[in-house]
Design a protein around this ligand. Sequence first.
Ligand code: ATP
Ligand code: MG
Length: 612
Amino acid sequence: MREKSSVDYTTKPQRPSSNNIAILSRFIPFVFKYKGQLSLGLLSLALAAISVLGVGLGLRNLVDQAFSHESSSALNQAILFLLISVVVMAVASFGRTYFISWLGEKVMSDIREKIHDHLLKLDVGYFETVRPGEIISRLTVDTTLIQILIGNSVALAIRNLLLFIGGVAMMLTMSMRLSALSLLIIPLVILPLLAFGKRVKAASRITQDAVADLSGYLEESLMSIRTCHAFQRETQDLNLFKAASTRAFLRSNQYLLNRSWLTFLVMTFVFIGVSGLLWIGGQDVLKGNLSAGQLTSFLFYALTAAGSIASFSEIYADIQRASGAAERLVEILETSPKIQSPHTPRALPNQPRGTIALHNVCFSYPGHPGKDVLRDVTLSIAPGEKVALVGPSGSGKSTILSLLLRFYDATAGSIYVDGVDIKETSLSVLRSRFGIVPQDPMIFSGTLYENIVYARPSASETEVWNALEAAHLMDVIQGLPQGLHTQLGVKGVRLSGGQKQRLALARVFLRDAPILLLDEATSSLDAQSEALIQESLKTLMMKKTTLVVAHRLATVLKSDKIIVLNQGCVDAVGTHAELIAEDGLYRKLAMLQFMDSLNIPDNSKVQKALWA
Ligand SMILES: Nc1ncnc2c1ncn2[C@@H]1O[C@H](COP(=O)(O)OP(=O)(O)OP(=O)(O)O)[C@@H](O)[C@H]1O
Ligand SMILES: [Mg+2]
């Protein structure tokens, strides 16, 4: 009875379902947007149902007029009527399948777009509280469940309701006595089948789980193929896979057995039911109370009505599944972004100056609200200044850069860029003032060219080549099979760590924003490449404000100012010479790195510092 479109409805994804059916009404406007397709779909649906009922009448005419009276013209007429009914049914079924499925697919793609659009507006913190896999499955699996409902189940429910009402009405016109009897027999046939059907469904779910286990295991084992080879785990892995595979087979065997039993039971029960009706109806025919044609079409309608009731439990399950999906989708749509541009944003100065100021900034990440990552940080950076941010790992350096870009809002205190509180200005204008090389640069699957122009899609080809040259990527490009248009693979797997970093640098060269944020931007480079890139950066930084995060102090010696951060607090601010003169954290860090160059006579002191 069930129909299929682009989705195999027999293996519906398992997701928590819900009884909150009202939530589905949130998606009604999506359907009503396409009134033309909806009307055509419903019209074809009604026509298809009516023509199915017409087939029953055709059967009656065939038996009563043609066969009983042995009239060939009546036979022709009856066949013609049947033929017309069947043609109408076929055309209407085409219309129903096409328009309703079209509606399902279109609404699904609209919902996906709307949710994706909303996701892009949400703040960075949101994505730290929800697993990416969960969001992906909402966008794919949950929208598919809504699509199944709109493109299949609802239409099926309407069709089956029409068939049931029409079928019962026709049965009543044929024979009241048989109709009353059928109302007793039909539930007797259907109820046990429904009960057994549930068992088959449960077995099918267990089979799906076993296959999911298997693919989960396979994914992990293939991803860790190097570790497997290095530790010679092939035999053990083979045995583990064999066991999981056998488990999956045994479960599907159980499912197949149950399903075969169901087929057996359906055939037996339906045959017994039909035979019972035939026997009782046959006696009526013999007595002359009923014509043979009436009995034939009665049976046809009884089977149609029974079939339509049987599918209701399945349709109800679809509705519950879709309600669960709708709840999860609405939850995303109702999450409002915590970081937004104000309604009336204050403009940043037209001519960017590049000043940055932090006033008593405190911050803790939304994922760990109790842990203070920045405490009372106050600092100011003048236009064109080259400032270094140093400090132990975890002291909050990258966090300061994230706050400048307003990925998060400070828990207390304020941040100013060009004299404007960043909360008062437009997010996109604020972000356009920065060029950043993050600590873990993201490379997208696509070509090298696409990855670089990501920073400024409007850039000309010459500008791209200049950026490539400045980031010393020319030799890398020459080594790639398709040069600039080589696909870099997922997360840029075809590049080395240092090459990825140079690509990230090429992006900021191309972006040419007034404030540069470099977070460990040259940490993966060899000494020679680093020296060359420092030269290019010098030119780029000429008229820009620059904030450089660095562990290797040698790269920041010449900064105008060094800010030392320790456990989220500003420990000291000064030039290299000033900070070395103080007996503070910077001196300790510097001692460890420049033992020789500082020429400290007491080597034991250095040793002590090293092991401190
Ligand atoms: N997204 C996050 N959610 C929760 N805590 C975080 C998050 N990112 C960083 N932290 C915590 O905030 C603190 C500061 O992290 P941050 O990345 O700013 O350090 P860092 O100074 O840049 O260190 P490193 O030199 O190792 O890069 C750390 O204790 C870290 O555990
Ligand atoms: Mg960092």
